[in-house]
Design a binder for this molecule. Structure first.
Ligand SMILES: [Zn+2]
Length: 212
């Protein structure tokens, strides 16, 4: 395979994307001449009846050309087929068909789990409302100091309890969960890597004995 010239489908896509006036419609022969294939091939590429699909495909191609983000599903910051249809005065199914014929990624092919969709939606919301969001949170915290302390405490406890990895006690060798809290104690206060207080005391006695 060589890095070949664009295929007829690609040339057609490009042709549809490049024409600036959405009101113009073309005959199959005009398109065929334009991209250098037979009229039959154009009909094939457009799928089914060429005459009835041209205008809508053309409109959708133009719409997407000017607003590339619109081709993404709604939860990714794009538009639903229905919304695009409303803007163009076309039906939802017509848009879906045009998407397929133009080789745009079909919304139904973008498989994202609900969690991922929510995560993206939340992040997008936060990114676009950051200042407003933070101002609102700040005001709420000021008005609710008790609850704020409680929430902060819970959040801190949750953070401190997060297990980073398994560790081995330097005294008894037992494996135990190494939490964020232990990590902080180790880093900030130099606490030993021990599984329980008894092992800690034992280690301290050992260190004193070595020192003396
Ligand atoms: Zn131990």
């Amino acid at each position: 395979m060589t890095p070949e010239a664009p295929t007829a489908r690609e040339r057609l896509r490009e042709f549809l994307r490049q024409h600036p006036n959405p009101c113009v419609s073309f005959t199959g022969q005009q398109i065929a001449d334009e991209i250098g294939v037979s009229r039959e091939r154009v009909r094939q590429l457009m799928g089914g009846s060429y005459k009835s699909v041209t205008a809508s495909d053309y409109l959708v191609a133009l719409f997407v050309r000017h607003r590339p983000e619109a081709q993404l599903p709604k939860h990714l910051g794009g538009m639903s087929h229905k919304e695009i249809g409303k803007e163009l005065g076309l039906g939802t199914q017509t848009i879906a068909n045009a998407f397929r014929r133009l080789g745009l990624v079909s919304h139904s092919q973008l498989h994202l789990g609900v969690r991922e969709q929510n995560r993206i939606a939340c992040r997008r919301y936060y990114q676009s409302h950051k200042e407003q969001h933070n101002a609102w949170v700040g005001a709420w915290k000021e008005a609710n100091p008790e609850k704020t302390r409680e929430i902060d405490r819970t959040a801190k406890a949750k953070w401190m309890g997060k297990v980073l990895r398994m560790e081995h006690c330097i005294v008894c060798g037992a494996e135990f969960p190494w939490t964020q809290g232990r990590e902080q104690g180790h880093r900030v206060a130099g606490r030993r890597i021990v599984c329980r207080p008894a092992c800690g005391r034992k280690a301290a006695r050992q260190e004193r004995a070595n020192h003396d």
